[in-house]
Design a protein around this ligand. Structure first.
Ligand code: FEO
Ligand code: CA
Ligand code: CA
Length: 722
């Protein structure tokens, strides 16, 4: 564990765009390093040091088809009905008055008047009857493998037909060792820390029940469908690159069976009821060899910070036989939450990059389209179109759809003169940041469309392939989600402080702000509103920031003075009416407020209105929003509460707030715990959250008189293994 983290002050902390700890543990300091995409755009063979024939190179320009201007009219084709329950069963409407932005030191969940909140499940909660209860001072890898993992991110609540039972599905993106473990104990037990961390990654599937629609859900210990998937659970590899030489290792000569999934960030639930999730910053877990292709993926040749290569040789490409292990991460994975015995799958047909997540829309002819962003500065937006067609009700068939199809990457073209895109985000004279675009082919009909690269190479080194065809470098594409009501696609571009700086790519109409600290959101309409189209129209829905202080903000013409401040858009969701909900990751370091969940009106006179619904506790990021407006319920995954603090000096005590001896005796942890939180109407639920300790509702301020030392000594529990 790096020693600088222990010295991060609890209060008076100064933060950049994100906390130093977030950058360190979540992304492996991706933004502090050189830009991975130095392509101009460059050629695969140059990068991987393999000779490339002159003839192949000459073909590269052929894909630069001319842009096509298309209208933005929407056809009224409804999306195919989903096979699964999920939306609420009640008659709510989720009315609320926007809350004021919350100072970044406030350590609670802040919700609108008429609503209350309660955790549904917390880091360490046991999923199985035989799993020990959570004790932050008695952690073990074996216990963690049966407990809810760390840093919940993607989330869904899939209700059964009864509406009173269902499964909660959630992934666990990464670990914060500096908050999870007593520093002395961790120093004495480094390998067990690593094994615990591996077990705290992955997925949780857990059954949930409630008394009636609108009532709070609670999780079922020992539920039939409960499951933990960790950093060492077997996955099957499918698609055109399965079995490729590029995926074979000493432990898996078949190239078809991988242990674990890592850094799973956002995701999506398919119309057939499975869950997709993106393996995002996988690079940081692996020690590379210093190759140029490693550089394009941000894989360093130095020892990793987590040091997993010390407990499992596969985490270092410098160990003979494990050169390709890192190629087995960076995929979209699919999990069937209804079948705890099923083998989860890594889909190579969707390409390998820092997948934020994937979301599905069904094309007019029944093919399924998966949209996915590559979350890195100056990286791209992709879509996959299946070969086969969706068959409602035939889950077995539908689970094969992501195994074979075509892969594309987006190029955005603006319609305003370049001189009007001045980097200050002033709207051009035609009144909009907008234009047309094209999906550029990478793989079509089983053939590579990238000169000099075979299909397997395109899929394993997708970034390098996309560099060649002239894709548009974006400001960190996070969630890419189709609106289930209108079909339009929304792309969260969280920020890119390197935009237009130095030798980096300059502003363009789709990424119009120099040193884009606060991010923006693009709205994309496929031609004929058909997901299988290869042309689209686009416009910028909002340019984020604090409208009171930042004249470069833009909200589709909605009055700046009437919107909530918003920064660093990340995860997207929709309610049943088609309003967009945006969760944020980074507001404390930019506009100075706790991260939040905002509702954005998309249609009618209110288009562009941003209303803040909630704020998460100090140090946390808002993830996985799920909007069940018909039940007057909203769910969020509160990720990395207290990040920037340490085990000895916690920066948050969410959600247990076990500051008192009584609270500790109740079994609450004296540590922040990433948790899934339900926000519910006090009217529908008949009162405040049941059984919730009083102090959980208290507004605490972490900068005010909080200093804890001697953790693990004075809490009435055994100090454990320290
Ligand atoms: Fe894990 Fe791109 O956020
Ligand atoms: Ca324009
Ligand atoms: Ca994210």
């Amino acid at each position: 564990m790096p020693s600088d983290l222990k010295l991060l002050p609890m209060s008076g902390h100064t933060r950049g765009n994100r906390s130093a700890a977030t950058c360190h543990f979540k992304c492996g300091n991706a933004c502090a390093k050189d830009v991975c995409n130095t392509s101009g755009n460059s050629y695969f063979r140059d990068v991987v040091d393999v000779a490339l024939s002159r003839r192949a190179l000459l073909g590269a320009g052929a894909v630069a088809a001319s842009a096509v201007v298309i209208g933005t009219e929407l056809a009224s084709a409804p999306e195919a009905a989903a096979d699964f329950g999920g939306f609420g069963q009640g008659r709510g409407r989720l009315g609320f008055t926007a809350i004021a932005p919350v100072e970044r030191t406030v350590d609670t969940v802040t919700v609108p008047k008429g609503y209350d909140w309660a955790p549904v499940i917390r880091w360490g909660d046991p999923l199985f009857k035989r799993t020990p209860d959570f004790d932050v001072n008695r952690q073990s890898a074996a216990a963690q493998a049966g407990q809810f993992g760390y840093n919940n991110d993607y989330l869904n609540i899939l209700a059964d037909r009864s509406g009173r039972a269902g499964v909660l599905v959630c992934n666990h993106e990464y670990t914060n060792e500096e908050i999870m473990f007593d520093a002395d104990w961790a120093a004495a037990n480094p390998d067990e820390v690593r094994r615990i961390a591996i077990a705290a990654h992955g997925f949780s599937v857990v059954e949930v029940v409630r008394k009636k629609a609108g009532a709070p859900w609670s999780y079922v210990r020992g539920g039939r469908r409960n499951r933990r998937i960790t950093g060492s659970t077997p996955f099957r590899v499918d698609g055109p690159a399965a079995g490729s030489e590029l995926l074979r290792t000493a432990a898996d000569p078949s190239g078809r069976r991988v242990l674990g999934t890592l850094n799973n960030c956002a995701g999506g639930t398919t119309p057939w009821g499975t869950v997709l999730s993106g393996e995002e910053n996988f690079n940081q877990y692996f020690q590379g060899t210093g190759s140029a292709s490693d550089a394009r993926y941000g894989i360093s040749a130095g020892a990793t910070e987590r040091g997993w290569e010390h407990v499992d040789p596969r985490f270092s490409a410098q160990n003979p036989g494990f050169e390709n292990e890192v190629n087995r991460f960076g995929w979209i994975v699919e999990i069937d939450p209804q079948d705890p015995t099923s083998t989860p799958v890594k889909h190579t047909a969707l390409g390998r990059f820092k997948h934020e997540g994937a979301n599905i829309r069904i094309a007019r002819d029944g093919r399924v389209v998966a949209y996915s962003g590559d979350d890195e500065r100056f990286d791209y937006v992709y879509k996959f179109i299946s070969k086969g067609k969706y068959k409602p009700g035939n889950k077995r068939h539908n689970m094969t759809l992501l195994s074979e199809g075509d892969l594309y990457v987006a190029r955005f073209t603006g319609d305003s003169p370049a001189a009007e895109i001045d980097g200050g985000a002033g709207v051009p004279s035609d009144g909009a940041f907008d234009g047309s675009g094209r999906w550029l082919p990478l793989v079509v009909n089983g053939r590579s469309k990238v000169p000099g690269m075979g299909v397997e190479e395109v899929l394993v080194y997708t970034r390098l392939a996309a560099d060649q065809v002239g894709a548009t470098k974006m400001d960190r594409p996070e969630d890419v989600e189709p609106n289930p009501v209108t079909g339009r696609l929304y792309i969260a571009l969280t920020n890119n402080t390197g935009r237009g700086v130095g030798a980096n790519a300059p502003v363009d109409e789709a990424n119009p702000r120099t040193a884009n600290r606060d991010g923006h959101v693009i709205e994309l309409t496929e031609r004929r509103n058909d997901a299988a189209s290869l042309d689209f129209a686009w416009n910028i829905l909002l340019v984020a920031g604090d409208p009171a202080k930042d004249p470069t903000t833009y909200f589709s013409g909605y009055p700046r003075g009437k919107v909530s401040p918003i920064s660093c858009p990340d995860n997207l969701a929709f309610d049943s009416k088609g309003n967009l909900w945006i969760s944020t990751d980074g507001q404390p370091g930019t506009i100075g407020y706790c991260d939040a969940l905002h509702k954005v009106t998309l249609e009618g006179r209110g288009r562009g209105r941003v209303e803040q619904f909630l704020a998460v506790p100090a140090g946390a990021e808002t993830c996985g929003p799920v909007i069940h407006d018909q039940d007057d319920s909203v769910f969020v995954a509160v990720q990395h509460p207290g990040e920037g603090g340490t085990f000895a000096e916690p920066y948050s005590l969410f959600p247990d707030f076990a500051e008192s001896p009584d609270a500790v005796r109740r079994g609450d942890a004296y540590a922040p715990r990433p948790s899934v939180v339900q926000v519910f109407s006090t009217r529908d639920s008949g009162g405040k959250g049941k059984g919730r300790p009083k102090d959980r509702r208290k507004r605490r301020d972490v900068d005010r008189g909080r200093s804890r030392t001697g953790r693990g000594h004075g809490n009435g529990k055994d100090k454990g293994r320290g």
